[in-house]
Design a binder for this molecule. Structure first.
Ligand code: SF4
Length: 218
């Protein structure tokens, strides 16, 4: 389900912060949040980004001009669901690479889009898990990290069972507590941390919850 963005990408927000999760946790980054999502997760922490008509239209040239002025070398393209932008996403990744940026694309792993960033960050959801999409990124040789939000031990075990057979190094497999605030994160970590040890995958610390307590734009 790709959108036709003839008038450019619709962008919800652009901001500088630190990468809050995953391999590049703590890295100063320039975030571009694209509009539109093909899922409706009950726990979505960016519901304002789900409407494809939200935000403002930007041409590729406009986004690249803004990126040139941004201090961080790292760029995180997030959403919403960035792969809905299809060819626009491919062009954006290529353009950012040309101007020396190091791009992470965050995706819910429902579609394969050949955007080939230095890091493809996939967050499949248990209800709509596409093994074929995960496999496609791995088979094409993408640098992939997988982060799965889990609500309890059963979900954590089920996710690990699906992740471990993939040809992805364990240091790039993360289980992430469902937690938007500092308090929720600290509660969740008490049961998930030992479970990650048992399952042999990483605990995804959500620095944005711990540091900024779920504040938007951080
Ligand atoms: S995939 Fe992400 S943006 Fe879309 S509804 Fe789920 S949590 Fe929200």
């Amino acid at each position: 389900m790709r959108k036709d963005y003839n008038s450019g990408m619709r962008i919800i927000e652009i901001f500088e912060s630190l990468q809050g999760e995953g391999l590049w946790l703590g890295m100063p980054s320039w975030f571009v949040r694209l509009a539109g999502c093909n899922l409706a997760c009950a726990w979505c922490d960016t519901p304002y980004a789900r409407d494809a008509a939200a935000g403002t239209a930007h041409t590729l040239a406009q986004v690249l001009d803004l990126a040139r002025m941004a201090r961080p070398q790292h760029v995180v393209i997030t959403g919403g669901e960035p792969t809905l932008a299809g060819d626009e996403l491919i062009a954006l990744c290529a353009g950012l690479r040309r101007i020396g940026k190091v791009v992470t694309v965050e995706s819910n792993a429902t579609m394969f889009v050949d955007c080939n960033p230095p890091l493809m960050s996939l967050s499949p959801k248990s209800e709509v898990w596409h093994d074929d999409v995960l496999a496609a990124y791995v088979q094409r040789g993408y640098c992939v990290q997988v982060k799965v939000v889990v609500r309890d031990a059963a979900e954590a075990r089920a996710a690990a069972q699906r992740l471990l057979p993939l040809a992805i190094p364990r240091e790039r497999l993360f289980l992430m507590p469902l937690a938007h605030t500092r308090e929720e994160h600290l509660c969740a970590a008490t049961w998930l941390a030992p479970l990650c040890g048992e399952l042999g995958v990483r605990l995804a610390v959500r620095a944005q919850a711990l540091l900024w307590n779920g504040m938007r734009g951080r």
